[in-house]
Design a protein. Structure first.
Length: 587
């Protein structure tokens, strides 16, 4: 009894003395937003969070939603799209959520960047950090606006629509109910972000040896160590002015393309060409095309690109990429089954047929191509053997036979066999051992922007603006660029087929085909077909080989509706929540 009384007194005393704390509780050690104003790493975390939403952080393999590939995974989301499931409720290409999330993180960061003590003990470094980070934020915001337009812009009832424009952090749900701005307003908003970014960013990052080497716009720097701490070698592969110019090139090409440039406004094509040229000129013009750029994923090029060794060397072809890492995921997913892979991504006969002969002529040119249908892989453009495993070719010193008698590698032999008669080679490191008993890895990197893309951007826009030989204010033509790309690929010189191309229409066909080949399996084809307004419903074809007999067959039909599916939908939930206008045709 006495014990119970003592316990009761202790309890009452505890309540009395703690009553102030109970009524007025203190912080519980959880971080609050105010922490960003004392710990810069937390503030930068807002910007880093936006980086995590970049769509090219990994290869998406959405070629299987096009005429370039199929997947042997029957539940693949892009296959389901292509076969008729694409809707405003089911959209594997939805970027609305992540794109707008990234923009809101960036907006919040821009609201505080000037107030963060990035380097309070060194005011010059502090100002340089603000300058660089602000520039990165504006460039990234412009980039996400581009991606939102690419994925979700489309025709409304009376205008070409873009997305709601968010240029400040939104604190209330009601603020999200902005209507969709028109396409041109959205393009101009992204341009404004890129223009603002260019005020703050150096053309490239990298340590300098003297103040005389300071880039333009940094005359306030008086200590070279301050510049190198903020913009030196350590910052390479952060967003630079050159990367910003490349992002602007992409936006300009989208705005000039047939799906959005419905009146074929030539000034839009001229802008796209000139913006691309601005980046290319910094590479040395046509002569600056990397001679090994088309094999950027192979061992020597990946080793050269690895910055972890401490030197500044980087692959000339790669403008922007993620860090080099080591794994075997791509190889285990795409090697043929005889090499312990699951053969996931199968190039189509359509893509194989797009590769010309080594003499440059399309295989459909019966007079000049010298194509032998009984030996369809002989004498072809060397890029075919670099990018695609054809029946009878070798991979990892092993002959891969996809025809009758080829075992597990044959068409549809087992669940992990090819469905088309072809396996993927591009982007894979054949040094990987995918055998679970002796599994090994190799180095890779994810590419955001290749310089070859910018050359192709220029060629497309320059041809539309000035024709095959026109240069505008630049020192080279569309034909000059395509000639350099084809020569690099190993097309026999002189390139007589290219010399025979004289009209804008012929050149357009060739440029689009070169883009298809050069950028295959890098996430370009799905979007190119749509911005060009080309036929989306071309069936994906394959080949069955029995001795010397080649039988071509339809692997998958495409269920796209060309009346409206050149434009993606906006998510149905956004239409319902905020009464947004949906793109025509989508329900």
């Amino acid at each position: 009894m006495k014990i119970h009384k003592i316990a009761s007194l202790l309890l009452v005393s505890t309540i009395i003395f703690a009553s102030c704390d109970l009524l007025d509780p203190k912080d519980d050690n959880h971080s609050t937003f105010d922490r960003v104003f004392v710990e810069p790493t937390y503030a930068e975390g807002l910007l880093i969070r936006a980086f995590t939403y970049i769509p090219t952080n990994d290869y998406r393999w959405d070629e299987v939603a096009t005429d370039d590939a199929v997947s042997n995974d029957k539940l693949n989301s892009f296959s389901r799209m292509a076969k008729g499931e694409w809707s405003a409720l089911y959209d594997p290409q939805n970027l609305w959520d992540n794109g707008n999330r990234a923009i809101l993180y960036i907006n919040e960061f821009l609201g505080i960047v000037d107030s963060i003590p990035w380097k309070p003990t060194n005011l010059q470094q502090n100002a340089l950090f603000i300058k660089r980070l602000k520039g990165e934020a504006y460039a990234l915001r412009g980039m996400f606006k581009y991606y939102l337009l690419r994925n979700h812009a489309g025709p409304g009832t009376s205008a070409m629509l873009g997305t709601p424009i968010y240029n400040e952090f939104l604190k209330n749900v009601a603020d999200f109910s902005k209507p969709r701005a028109n396409f041109t307003e959205c393009v101009n908003s992204a341009y404004a972000d890129f223009t603002e970014a260019l005020k703050y960013l150096p053309m490239d990052y990298g340590s300098i040896a003297s103040l005389s080497a300071l880039p333009a716009g940094y005359s306030e720097v008086t200590d070279i160590n301050n510049y190198n701490t903020v913009n030196g070698d350590f910052s390479q592969q952060r967003v630079s002015a050159r990367i910003t110019l490349a992002l602007r090139s992409r936006l300009a090409l989208l705005a000039a393309s047939p799906s959005f440039n419905t009146t074929n406004d030539q000034t839009l094509w001229q802008n796209a060409a000139n913006y691309s040229a601005e980046v290319i000129n910094g590479l040395g013009g046509v002569a600056g095309l990397d001679p090994k750029g088309h094999i950027f994923y192979l061992s020597a090029q990946v080793t050269e690109a690895n910055l972890t060794s401490g030197d500044k060397k980087d692959l000339k072809e790669i403008l922007w990429r993620r860090p080099v890492y080591s794994d075997n995921v791509r190889e285990r997913a795409n090697f043929p089954p005889s090499l312990f892979g699951t053969g996931r991504t199968n190039p189509t006969q359509n893509l194989v047929d797009a590769f010309p002969m080594a003499n440059g002529y399309p295989i459909t040119d019966l007079t000049n191509a010298k194509y032998d249908p009984t030996k369809p892989y002989t004498g072809r453009d060397p890029r075919l053997a670099l990018y695609i495993v054809t029946s009878g070719s070798s991979m990892k010193s092993t002959v891969i036979n996809t025809g009758v008698g080829g075992g597990d590698n044959s068409v549809d032999a087992i669940q992990t066999s090819t469905r088309t008669g072809y396996y993927l080679r591009k982007l894979l490191r054949e040094e990987v051992n995918a055998n679970p008993a002796s599994l090994s890895s190799q180095q890779h990197f994810q590419t955001h922007i290749r310089n070859t893309e910018l050359y192709l951007n220029y060629a497309e826009a320059a041809n539309e603006a000035w024709g095959p030989l026109g240069m505008g204010p630049n020192a080279y033509s569309a034909k000059d660029v395509i000639a350099a790309i084809r020569k690099r690929a190993g097309i026999t010189q002189p390139d007589n087929y290219l010399l025979s191309v004289t009209s804008k229409e012929q050149m357009r066909t060739l440029i689009r085909n070169e883009r298809r080949i050069e950028l295959c399996f890098e996430g370009s084809r799905f979007w190119d077909l749509r911005r060009w307004k080309e036929d989306l419903a071309v069936p994906a074809m394959g080949v069955k080989i029995d001795g010397a007999t080649f039988t071509y067959f339809t692997v998958e039909n495409r269920a796209y509706n060309n009346n409206y599916m050149h434009y993606g939908p906006i998510p149905d939930k956004e239409v319902l929540k905020f009464n947004l206008e949906q793109n025509k045709g989508w329900k």
